[in-house]
Design a protein around this ligand. Structure first.
Ligand SMILES: [Zn+2]
Length: 344
């Protein structure tokens, strides 16, 4: 178990903040990526955590800061290597993507050390966080224009890696578990390629940091750390029932069929049937342009909450239910191998 930061290994019991250099601006000031490393005094796994990959998502970064504040390196088993804001140029304009190259960071992996600024930041995340991790969490929310029902995405892949991802997802402790396989250019694929169990967490949105959504995020991170044996305590606020969901065949989002003012008729977490009214789009005078109905039976996972909508914008995300209930699939296996690849 070891964590390298700023070209040296952390001592046991050490916590360090470091602005990893990306390059310089016209005026010579540094462009950097903030990293935090914490090395516990006791042996255990290294947990990698990224937040702020999208600059208009705030629950993940704040939950991570609160968790970092609470950790006592003397009591910590293992270590943490993380960034509260992986995408600083996006944070500066409170936008999903950065203002310099406008690239979506979570479609820019594995990154390039000689590419666009977002690709350079992605390359740093891979080398400094993912490659040092035994387990990996990527924290997101719905961003400025959307709200969502909290969920955890796990890698639905064959074998031990998929199983460990699923177990991490259950341990996080939200009822909706999103089954998917990591696709090219997303961050989670980089963890998967390196045999690191990973999950993607989504809680909150609308460009806010709402107390209840922040609490879900913070409790979940803490639950994962307990599950991995890094801190003591029982897992908190576990759901009575889990539901496994997946994207329908047409993709994760229903795109708007028209531009106008969206009058949404459904809320996050609602179950809908095929043909149910999701919303209608009116023009600037209030004349109805079109109704949007559900193409399937499922759950409303994400809704657009900024009413102004353009042709092709994401409007709703409805997901299919693949498994639901209190059955044996949802028992959380006790974790037995929460040790680092390295000896202490
Ligand atoms: Zn995001």
């Amino acid at each position: 178990m070891k964590i390298k930061l700023d070209n040296r290994y952390l001592n046991t019991g050490e916590e360090k903040q470091f602005l990893h250099p990306i390059g310089k601006r016209h005026d010579g000031t540094n462009i950097g990526l903030p990293l935090v490393g914490i090395m516990g005094e006791k042996p255990g796994p290294v947990l990698g955590i990224t937040a702020g990959v999208h600059g208009d998502e705030y629950e993940g970064p704040e939950a991570l800061r609160l968790i970092i504040d609470e950790i006592d390196p003397k009591e910590l088993r293992g270590g943490i290597i993380c960034t509260p804001h992986a995408n600083m140029s996006a944070l500066e304009i409170h936008h999903r993507s950065g203002w310099i190259d406008r690239l979506d960071m979570n479609r820019s992996f594995p990154g390039k050390n000689n590419g666009y600024i977002t690709e350079r930041a992605a390359d740093i995340v891979v080398k400094e966080i993912i490659e040092q991790s035994d387990y990996f969490l990527d924290l997101h929310s719905a961003g400025l224009s959307y709200d969502l029902e909290a969920y955890v995405g796990f890698n639905d892949t064959e074998g031990k890696l998929g199983e460990e991802s699923y177990e991490l997802a259950k341990a996080f402790g939200v009822p909706l578990l999103y089954s998917s396989t990591p696709f090219p250019n997303v961050m989670r694929l980089e963890a998967h390629k390196r045999n690191i169990p990973a999950i993607l967490v989504e809680s909150g949105g609308e460009g806010r940091c709402k107390t209840d959504r922040l609490s879900i995020m913070k409790t979940g991170i803490s639950n994962v750390m307990k599950y991995l044996g890094m801190i003591d305590g029982e897992l908190q606020e576990l759901p009575n029932k889990y539901t496994v969901i997946k994207a329908p065949s047409y993709g994760e989002f229903l795109h708007s069929p028209a531009s106008g003012y969206l009058r949404g008729k459904v809320g996050i977490g609602e179950k809908v049937k095929k043909g149910d009214l999701l919303g209608e789009i009116v023009d600037v005078f209030g004349n109805k342009i079109i109704s949007i109905t559900s193409p399937l039976d499922g759950i409303i996972l994400i809704v657009r909450t900024i009413p102004s909508i353009r042709l092709g914008d994401w409007a709703f995300s409805i997901v299919e239910i693949t498994n639901e209930g209190n059955n044996q699939d949802f028992v959380i296996e006790s974790h037995k191998e929460c040790v680092s690849n390295e000896t202490f």
